[in-house]
Design a binder for this molecule. Structure first.
Ligand code: UDP
Ligand code: MG
Length: 320
């Protein structure tokens, strides 16, 4: 039977943890009884340098129930890093790992379907929000604009999918090969490959405590996502430079006509042409330099160029 690990990053979550643990316990018991997961499956709480009693709670949960394990980071490193720390810790202990938030905003019942899809042979199962009716208009609007902007700027992410997903052991091993430090898991996971599927669920409200993702953090997260996945913004600069250069040619023709008609003062035609041409050329060269810097940036990430699913090969004959 396959062993499941649920990985939960926690930052100042003392208000929600006891209830989260209770619900997770019930879910894990049900899954074990249904014979879908091994009885020694676990939940790993990752304490991301919380300033409140989060770690004490995790410790006492661990003492009272072998289901719960804990991982304590030395300081706050942010959701993505905390999640990666958890996933890399369970990588050689489990057959599949599901990541979810401590506030259980992502419907825990989707876990059943995720496990079913895993048992059907999927290596990655994305949890996708079918509706955001419980989020405030502001949160919904900013979050949805976030996905649109990301895709426009070349960071291809699964729409309305946050970090609620199942990864099989070999997908985790694939993930481990991405050595980049600017971590944006939602963009990296689709690069792993294998058979993937999605599970829809309705996103609930945080049942206690408040969001650890205020607008400021969301904006820097969006920036992080775009700059760590794509060099498209640089491409747009090149494009803009090219457009302005075209405008400069149009201006050249226009000003020569105006000059021939004698409708200009001395110096205007040459001045106006140089302004446009120089502006366009500068942007264009910046873009070209940027293209190279973008290449260097992607190289420094040292991403795996391929991951192997399977090798079919007749074993070599043993020669004595
Ligand atoms: N989180 C974390 N480190 C941080 C901020 C958040 O580990 O620096 C965790 C947090 O405990 C929660 C998850 O990331 O489990 C998502 O945070 P939150 O629910 O506040 O975000 P929202 O749902 O409002 O986007
Ligand atoms: Mg939340």
């Amino acid at each position: 039977m396959d062993r499941l690990y649920i990985v939960v990053p926690c930052y100042n979550e003392e208000e929600v943890l006891p209830e989260t643990a209770r619900r997770l316990r019930a879910k894990m018991t049900a899954l074990t009884e249904a014979g879908k997961i091994a009885p020694d499956s676990r939940v790993l709480f990752v304490n991301d340098g919380s300033k409140d009693r989060t770690w004490d709670i995790i410790r006492s949960l661990h003492e009272s129930d072998p289901l719960f394990s804990g991982l304590d980071l030395t300081r706050n490193r942010g959701h993505q890093n905390a999640l990666l720390a958890g996933l890399m810790t369970v990588r050689d202990r489990c057959d599949m790992a599901i990541s979810m938030d401590a506030d259980l905003q992502d419907d825990i019942n989707a876990v059943d379907e995720m496990v079913d899809k895993y048992l059907d042979g999927c290596d990655i199962v994305y949890g996708v929000r079918s509706s955001r009716t419980t989020d405030t208009f502001f949160k919904r609007f900013t979050a949805e604009s976030f996905y649109r902007l990301m895709n426009f700027l070349g960071a291809n992410v699964v729409f309305n999918h946050a970090d609620y997903r199942l990864l099989s052991r070999r997908a985790l091993e694939g993930l481990a090969q991405f050595k980049e430090v600017n971590l944006f898991l939602r963009g990296i996971v689709p690069m792993i490959g294998y058979r993937t599927d999605t599970v829809e669920y309705a996103r609930g409200e945080r049942f206690a405590g408040e969001s650890k993702y205020p607008l400021k953090k969301m904006l820097s997260f969006a920036m992080e996502g775009i700059t760590s996945l794509s060099t498209k913004p640089i491409r747009y600069i090149t494009l803009l430079g090219f457009l302005i250069f075209l405008v400069s040619i149009a201006m050249l023709i226009y000003s020569v006509i105006r000059w021939a008609m004698g409708a200009t003062i001395i110096g205007w035609a040459s001045l106006i042409c140089s302004v446009w041409a120089i502006g366009g050329l500068i942007l264009l060269s910046l873009g070209v330099i940027g293209e190279y810097i973008g290449k260097i940036y992607l190289e420094t990430k040292g991403r795996p160029r391929f991951l192997i699913r399977e090798l079919l090969e007749e074993p070599d004959e043993k020669v004595d």
